[in-house]
Design a protein around this ligand. Sequence first.
Ligand code: PLP
Length: 394
Amino acid sequence: MLNEKMVGLGTQRSVIRELFEYGKMRAAEVGAENVFDFSIGNPSVPAPDCVNETVQKLLQSMDPVILHGYTSAQGDAAARQAIADSINRRFGTSFGADNLYITVGAAAALCCCFNGLTCPGDEFIVFAPYFPEYKVFIEGAGARMVLIPADIEAFQIDFEKFEAAINEHTKGVVVNSPNNPSGVVYSEETVKKLAEILNCKSQEYGHPIYLIADEPYREIVFDGTVVPYLPKYYKNTLVCYSWSKSLSLPGERLGYVLVPDEAEDARLVYAAIAGAGRSLGYVCAPSMFQHICAACADETSDISVYETNKNLLLKSLREMGYHVVEPGGTFYMFPRTLEADDVAFCEKAKKYNLLIVPGTGFGCPGHTRISYCVPTERIERSLSAFEALAKEYR
Ligand code: PLP
């Protein structure tokens, strides 16, 4: 007898992975240059020089502990301090090593939070459109995910529906800004209103409602867009970060959870996160990359190609008649589909070897995600396919 839920999770591929695999098969049939694969969010720009330089330096040191050894379960103390220093320089905060728990990417950071916080009957609120793994992570921790429908005009927050969904079981609220899949960044106005409601409701129900800020795209923003730093607006914020996108290092699996001292019962919350990390086996993230990310924490990959792609795609799609909310960051865009059935629309797109992901999986039907972390030349060549698809609906 096996755990049927896990068998299910392990055998069903995500829609994105399914499409990615289909793209590889199609490339073998018609040539890679004829397939416009916008399915997956793998950064397409190299890591900044600082990463390679630090790799070389560490390799030359031949220090077996730094290179390949165990660190403390929560991460090397010097690496955590260097990361805290970088956060403090950028956001005017005063965090230290003990505010950080280093993890294998944002995925593990989120799982540590959900598992560390959940008591029987707890709920976490998530806003559509959302990163589909949240449901897996939240339910895996034994909690219930409560989905708030999207505000499809701006992809900010529908506060009326949000307030109505909060109850005594609400343990936390997950926000992801800049957002996968919409690319939208929450405005300061949205963040202030969110904090106000959370303060009010925490008081009403007599327990803190934690804000879990999932921020792997924090640095990938366009045209001077500012991403408000949430711990400055709401004290019970837990930041889940990752260098997968900002340093183009998704395969190295490095991220962290940040627990501010200002959070209620901060040391207990940190202990619960460390305990969750221990029970899940998420201890001692890869040592060498802890040191590399610490040394490069002020750096970001050259993201200019993402902005070029965003501008080109946005202008072209709008000219063709697609409705698109302009992304403030990430490398995703989330246009409305030209028919209500987004799954049928994306199936039709395959006719033109255009691989785009239906919005339904992100909790937002009637939309499609385009992941444009690809060479600009591929965007240019794909435009005739987007045009041919649009023509079918005129
Ligand atoms: N959160 C969001 C919104 C993401 O898009 C991703 C990855 O694509 C993750 C979390 C997981 O990031 P990581 O690769 O650091 O585990």
